[in-house]
Design a protein around this ligand. Structure first.
Ligand code: ASP
Length: 444
């Protein structure tokens, strides 16, 4: 028998109705033996996430105010689920304890973590599975970083003792034994850590969308979902702005070689997106896997005649940038020019000093900074095998009347980046999508 770790997001566990869907999904596959729940999320767009209600209670407690009225809303949410499902767990006793501790000043991390903790208790009761508190198995070091080695050992041993377990997401134990949470949305990270510790065959991340999309749906109408993507491609796409899983939720499963499957609780028959290594050998449906990008970059353009013959020019230029505490994104260069692309915000209040240092260190002929640049990455493992991908991108942009201000293609042939005016960002994204998806025949 294999092991699948299934993490369910807040909207998947926001109500009794959603709990029923989750149970059905879990029982459909005997390998789904470990579940990582989030706290109840929004039931509709105007609803408030339980985690936010907990943060509010903590704020009131810290200000010396009575949290009872705010806590009543939390009570209602959990009772709404437990009563409708006829659960027998002693919810009131747990709620009382949590209420008391927050009022007494247990702190923000403790308060926020109780969203997942209480939902985990309810889900364990509903499934008839064991409850495993991550405070006993997920550890942070003195600097507040995840202690991977200790977590792997202890959590791995705990999970081996349970055939079926519910491990709440979002928190663990700090070096003093207190509750510590991950950053917001951190249940995804817990899911990946648990999958690694359980040595799972698959990490399923159940949410309210049917996987990753090939482009931003706010720009491209109804973009196609991505069936298979490699961890490397996903990194390129998310770095360039695609909203997918948090880096920390990828790392534990990526290094353990465990694939991740993003699925939709509200459409469980949709296959979702599989992120894995094996996708590398798989033919993708299209030449490209996805398009991502964002606006507001600046180019620092440095020119100097005979630059190419000067040893250490690039190092001195990057030194000037580093001295200002600015990190750079790309560095396309010509014979006598060097461009460094940085985030516009990073230059705020530093421009003059930076230009002055570049002059002092590099003695260039000119230094110019142009802002208002958008970067668009076209990512695809299929590019290595197909000729003319960049030509197709450039033609599509030309036809759309978009001026390309910068081109950058890494030697991995996984990603072609073009820089265009902020104003052309949406038109350019749509033009590339049309060229490779709408127009292209799927290559099954
Ligand atoms: N409940 C936490 C949050 O709202 C963590 C999560 O849902 O992943 O951020």
């Amino acid at each position: 028998m294999g092991i699948k770790v299934a993490k369910f997001g807040g909207s998947s566990l926001a109500s009794a109705e959603q709990f029923r869907k989750v149970k059905e999904i879990l029982l459909l596959d005997a390998d789904r033996r470990i579940v990582v729940p989030s706290a109840p999320g929004k039931r509709c767009s105007t609803d408030i996430k339980v985690t936010d209600l907990f943060y509010e209670c903590n704020r009131l407690a810290a200000a010396g105010k009575d949290i009872a009225p705010a806590f009543d809303r939390i009570r209602e949410r959990y009772h709404g689920i437990a009563d409708e499902l006829g659960l027998t767990a002693d919810l009131d006793a747990h709620l009382e304890e949590v209420h008391k501790n927050i009022q007494l000043g247990a702190g923000a991390d403790y308060a926020a973590s109780r969203g997942e903790y209480l939902n985990g208790i309810l889900l364990a009761d509903y499934m008839g599975w064991d409850f495993v508190d991550p405070q006993t198995g997920i550890f942070f070091d003195e600097e507040g970083r995840l202690d991977s080695a200790k977590t792997q050992d202890v959590l791995g041993a705990i999970l081996r003792e349970h055939t079926h377990a519910v491990v709440p997401g979002f928190y663990g134990c700090d070096s003093h034994g207190n509750v510590k949470t991950f950053s917001r949305g951190g249940s995804d990270i817990t899911g990946a850590i648990v999958a690694r510790a359980a040595n799972a065959d698959l990490y399923e991340n159940w949410t309210d969308v049917s996987g990753c999309l090939m482009a931003d749906p706010r720009i491209v109408r109804n973009p196609e979902p991505i069936a298979h993507v490699t961890y490397r491609e996903l990194r390129e796409l998310s770095y360039m702005g695609a909203s997918v899983l948090h880096e920390d939720a990828i790392f534990p499963v990526r290094i353990a070689g465990i694939p991740t499957n993003i699925r939709n609780t509200n459409d469980p028959t949709a296959p979702g997106t599989v992120i894995g290594y094996e996708a590398e050998e798989r033919d993708s449906k299209y030449t490209i896997t996805g398009i991502a990008g964002h606006k507001n970059f600046a180019i620092i353009n440095v020119e100097k005649a005979m630059m190419n013959a000067e040893l250490g020019f690039g190092r001195r230029l990057l030194q000037a940038i580093e001295e200002q505490g600015i990190s750079f994104e790309h560095m396309p260069s010509g014979i006598d020019t060097m461009c460094v692309v940085v985030h516009e915000d990073a230059l705020e209040g530093k421009k003059e000093r930076l230009v002055q240092r570049i002059h002092e260190l590099c003695q260039p002929d000119s230094v110019e900074i142009h802002s208002g640049l958008a970067l668009i990455a076209t990512v695809g493992r299929g590019m290595v095998r197909s000729k003319g991908t960049s030509a197709r991108i450039f033609n599509a942009l030309t036809r759309a009347g978009v001026n390309i201000r910068l081109i950058d293609q890494g030697s991995s042939e996984l990603n072609i980046i073009v820089g265009v005016d902020n104003l052309d960002f949406e038109v350019a994204t749509r033009a590339i999508y049309r060229e490779f998806v709408t127009k292209e025949e799927p290559r099954w």
